[in-house]
Write a protein that binds this ligand. Structure first.
Ligand SMILES: *Cc1c(COP(=O)(O)O)cnc(C)c1O
Length: 424
């Protein structure tokens, strides 16, 4: 064991927030000298909390024991099961409880939100996204334009970094809104970019977007559970996120949604509706006309998939136990440590902002043939990273379960793999 490795172990032993790694199932390493993998793909699929199986099993048992009666007589009756996610979700995203709801999946929620908040009229038709938007978001906004009879090529504006730069500058976004704002109907950006890991200045951008008269929505897939959020105070119109990345709720987990309270009370906001969006007190009168509550629940369509929502509750309990402030503080320490390990590898180019205030925990590196490199990291060192074609490797040290020692392993494995590449 060399001095660097000893130092990593010392940091793990002395960190103010001890790791919660034992609360998670860490996959065995596919190769290398350690039994457990160094898991850096929590930005793609978070690890399974050990408490999840019990929560899912309780619902399976109630279903077996009670049948349909589980709706009202289960341990957590299914009719208002989603209510259990409300308070913890509100704490996580900085919302009032009636501004959030757990439902559907992320892209579905983006569409439901746009059905309400993308209201092209006159010259104000544009949807502004980032050029590196996640493909699903691109497809979603293009299809919204088509849905309104507009040409997506002229409707969707893609913001690009300056030539030679990797990240968007906040000032350039604000300038765009200043110049073109009266033609923007919707600004829809990622809070943390999925590809390069840039954390946006959501407060400043939301303020400028709303001042320009646009609706402002945030895709928080890579932000929720990663960075502190204050959606209510920032005056965001809407936001949506998935729960299988930093929220560790399992593949395809039930997603979440935020609608600012000024909209939940506004009867003029149009909505796509279903029976779970009517007032629960009168839902089972089965009336033909909807009576939506003044909350984000009004956007619910269907009764939720209980077996998929149980893991969300198990995960939110962990976030509540630790709190986002402590988690973010540890995240900054871990990511700074990983950044230093990566900086020590000759020729490695990190495309994530160096400023801790402009990134979450993910660091993205640009290397030729990223997939082959990630393959070697896994088989030779048990370091599990995630790649995006053709040349990005993403490493996310997740503060709940990643360790300084994991970061040390990643730095050492990258140095070894790059050293042995053809051409050096
Ligand atoms: C992960 C991710 C998605 C995935 O969409 P689903 O509807 O959950 O399949 C969409 N947008 C962004 C920005 C993402 O990071």
């Amino acid at each position: 064991m060399n001095a660097d490795e000893r130092e990593a172990l010392r940091l793990d032993d002395t960190d103010p927030l001890p790791t919660l790694r034992e609360a998670f199932h860490v996959p065995p390493a596919p190769g290398g000298t350690y039994a457990e993998s160094a898991y850096f793909a929590g930005n793609s699929l978070g690890l399974q909390p050990k408490s999840t199986a019990r929560r899912v099993n309780e619902e399976l048992e109630d279903w077996a024991r009670l049948g349909v009666e589980g709706h009202t007589r289960g341990r957590r009756p299914w009719v208002d099961y989603h209510e259990h996610a409300r308070e913890p979700l509100a704490r996580l995203v900085g919302a009032l409880p009636h501004e959030v709801v757990a439902m559907n999946s992320l892209t579905v929620n983006l569409h439901l939100m746009m059905a309400s908040f993308y209201r092209p009229a006159g010259d104000r038709t544009r949807i502004v996204i980032e050029d590196t938007a996640f493909p699903s978001d691109s497809y979603a906004v293009q299809s919204q334009a088509v849905h309104h009879g507009l040409d997506p090529a002229h409707t969707v504006v893609r913001l690009r970094p300056r030539p030679g730069e990797e990240n968007l500058r906040t000032d350039d976004i604000l300038d765009h809104l200043e110049r073109e704002g009266d033609r923007v109907a919707l600004l829809l950006l990622g809070g943390v970019n999925y590809l390069n890991g840039q954390l946006m200045d959501m407060r400043a951008i939301t303020k400028a977007g709303r001042a320009a008269g646009a609706a402002v929505g945030w895709d928080l897939a890579h932000a929720v559970g990663n960075v502190p959020l204050r959606l209510h105070d920032w005056d965001v119109d809407f936001a949506a996120w998935c729960s299988y990345k930093y929220l560790n709720s399992g593949p395809g987990a039930v997603a979440g949604c935020f609608v600012h309270e000024r909209h939940v009370r506004d009867p003029e906001v149009p909505r796509l509706s279903g029976w779970w969006g009517t007032d629960p007190a009168t839902r089972f009168r089965m009336a033909p006309d909807i009576a939506p509550p003044a909350s984000a629940d009004a956007w619910q369509l269907s009764n939720p998939p209980i077996l998929a929502l149980a893991p969300v509750l198990a995960s939110l309990e962990i976030f509540d136990r630790v709190g986002m402030a402590a988690l973010r503080a540890k995240s900054e320490r871990l990511t700074a440590y990983l950044a230093a390990r990566l900086a020590a590898v000759p020729g490695l180019r990190v495309v994530t902002p160096a400023d801790p205030a402009a990134r979450g925990c993910q660091l993205s590196i640009r290397v030729p043939d990223a997939a082959a490199l990630a393959g070697r990291l896994a088989t030779e060192a048990g370091v599990l990273a995630d790649t995006r074609e053709p040349d990005v490797v993403r490493l996310a040290p997740v503060p709940l379960y990643s360790t300084f020692h994991d970061c040390h392993r990643a730095g050492r494995a990258l140095a070894a793999a790059l050293d042995h590449r053809p051409g050096g």
